[in-house]
Design a protein around this ligand. Structure first.
Ligand SMILES: O=C(O)[C@@H](CO)OP(=O)(O)O
Ligand SMILES: [Mn+2]
Ligand SMILES: [Mn+2]
Length: 547
């Protein structure tokens, strides 16, 4: 794995690679586009340099390995592509194939849970939506139907409501479809019920250890049957818990009880438990709680010995979980490995909410380092608040860490991810998202000014859209409103392409974006920054954007 010097670009430190998480360049340039509305002199100036130094690339759909071009981009696939320089069939695609070929039902993971079907309960825990970022209902139903066909007699669902990858308020529809599906199983002789649940930002789906309390609340509801709210009917649970204005993302934990007041689906020894999300970051913690005998992140009270599987294996290094239904994508020989094998030094930094994005996802879903002596990873702790209340998030602290790394002269490449356009964009709060974009733009300026001073080079990009569209639209692009005339917020990512800007004093005259790659995607960015570091990119990577 040897990198060869680039014929024209010098090996001149430092190279800055900056990712604006959730910053798309949307076709709708109107008052609902926070990136457009925000005052962003830095990004505007980069764009004004023209197409030799500023362009967009595809960040969604098949260009990043998702099943269809209707699939919006997301951080996992975006950072996988940026880090690997390859288009990899992603988890969503692999699960589709495993269901279509029925391989899921003959593989080892299925063999591990199947013995529980006859006399124990199969529990399915996961995000109930069609967002296609963490999960999809057709896959969940496919999995459950497979269990039924294999003699499952008792099924319990632990439902996490979405409103983040799909519009807020849709949890009712998804719940109604699920209940109808489960009723059809009951008619076929399988006792199938919803047992517990809560919103994805309230229970279970924490990530990067930002808030273990979330996972604890989920554990108590799913496993122990203990939650502040108890209902006999899951549809009623949602109606009641959303009465005070709670969004789908933040539905309080609930447990479904029978006529006797007892929880209908606590998790017991020998039960089978499936996490039905394919994406890793937000199910690593709950997986540890089910899998690790030795565990002190919270008091589990009771630790049932279950047959636990993930829809995928979520962490290949930790082998977590040990059993899984679909083998995860193999993402080998990522840029991080190439750089480390060539003795090049990397600094990577973000705040907690995106820390694993610029490390774990970037490195092909690997935790840890390729070479600890060559890599420094810095995590700035995120606030635990709804991010529209603190839209600046930790951008200043990240900037300070990035500047220190640039100034140190130690690193060949400094990689920074700003979380705010994405995290605040997910709240659907337009004003706060504008503030997030402005803060991000101001921070990028500080980094670029320093790169200028140090005589380096930079590449600024994003992983997918989000802040660039904050309203749900009709087919013609008109903003949709509810019955009271209020705008319907768009809390999800978008299909928009994302910017790529290059520059810096060390960029040799004549080096510019090629014009023969109009369909380029995020995977083409990797070879580009390897070039900026003064090396030819490995031939196995998608072609560089520059010539
Ligand atoms: O918050 C998340 O889990 C996803 C949206 O579901 O966002 P991102 O891909 O930007 O991490
Ligand atoms: Mn992202
Ligand atoms: Mn996001």
């Amino acid at each position: 794995m040897e990198l060869h010097p680039h014929p024209t670009i010098p090996q001149k430190k430092p190279v800055l690679v900056c990712i604006l998480d959730g910053w798309g360049e949307n076709e709708y340039e109107d008052e609902h586009n926070a990136v457009h509305v925000a005052k962003t002199p830095t990004m505007d100036a980069l764009k004004a340099k023209g197409q030799s130094f500023y362009r967009t690339v595809q960040a969604h759909g098949t260009a990043v390995g998702l099943p269809t071009d209707a699939d919006m981009g997301n951080s996992e696939v975006g950072h996988n592509a940026l880090g690997a320089g390859k288009v990899i069939a992603q988890g969503a695609s692999l699960v589709d194939i495993a269901l279509e070929t029925k391989n899921m039902f003959s593989d080892a993971g299925w063999g591990y849970i199947k013995p529980a079907f006859a006399n124990n309960t199969l529990h399915v825990i996961g995000l109930l939506s069609d967002g296609g970022v963490h999960s999809r209902t057709d896959q969940i139903f496919g999995l459950m139907r497979g269990a039924l066909a294999d003699g499952c007699k008792k099924l319990r669902l632990h439902v996490l409501t979405d409103g983040r990858d799909v519009p807020d308020g849709t949890s009712h529809e998804y719940m109604a479809k699920l209940v109808a599906e489960l009723d059809s199983y009951t008619a076929q002789g399988c006792d199938a019920k919803v047992a517990s649940g809560g919103g994805r930002m309230a229970v279970t789906m924490d990530r990067y250890e930002a808030d273990w309390g979330m996972v604890e609340r989920g554990w108590r509801a799913h496993v122990l049957g203990d939650a502040p709210h108890k209902f006999k009917c899951p549809k009623e649970a949602l109606t009641e818990l959303k009465k005070d204005g709670a969004t789908d993302q933040y539905v309080a934990p609930f447990v479904i009880v029978g006529d006797d007041g007892e929880a209908v689906g606590t998790i017991q020894d020998d039960d089978a438990v499936v996490i039905c999300n394919f994406r890793a970051d937000r199910v690593v913690e709950i997986s540890k709680a089910f899998e690790y005998a030795d565990f002190d992140s919270f008091d589990r009270v009771r630790f049932p010995k279950t047959k636990f599987v993930g829809l995928m294996q979520y962490d290949g290094d930790l082998k977590l979980p040990a059993n899984y239904l679909v083998p995860p994508p193999l993402i080998e020989r990522t840029s991080g490995e190439w750089l480390a094998k060539n003795g090049l030094k990397t600094f990577a930094c973000s705040e907690t909410q995106k820390f694993g994005h610029v490390t774990f996802f970037w490195n092909g879903n690997r935790s840890g380092y390729f070479n600890e002596n060559l890599e420094t990873y810095v995590e700035i702790p995120s606030d635990n608040v709804p991010f529209n209340q603190a839209p600046l998030m930790k951008a200043r602290e990240i900037t300070a860490a990035g500047k220190e790394a640039l100034l140190s002269g130690k690193y060949d490449v400094v990689r920074i991810n700003y979380a705010n356009p994405d995290m605040v964009g997910h709240t659907g709060d337009m004003a706060a998202t504008v503030a997030a974009c402005e803060e991000c733009d101001a921070c990028v300026k500080e980094l670029l000014d320093l790169v200028e001073e140090l005589g380096g080079m930079f590449l600024v990009t994003a992983d997918h859209g989000n802040a660039d569209d904050m309203v749900q639209r009709d087919k013609k692009g008109g903003a949709l409103k509810d019955d009271s005339g209020a705008l319907l917020a768009l809390t999800s990512h978008t299909l928009a392409p994302v910017p790529v800007a290059i520059g810096g004093p060390a960029l040799p005259t004549g080096v510019k974006f090629r014009d023969d790659l109009p369909k380029a995607g995020l995977a083409n960015v990797t070879a580009t920054y390897i070039n900026l570091m003064g090396y030819e990119a490995p031939a196995e990577m998608e072609p560089s954007l520059i010539a």
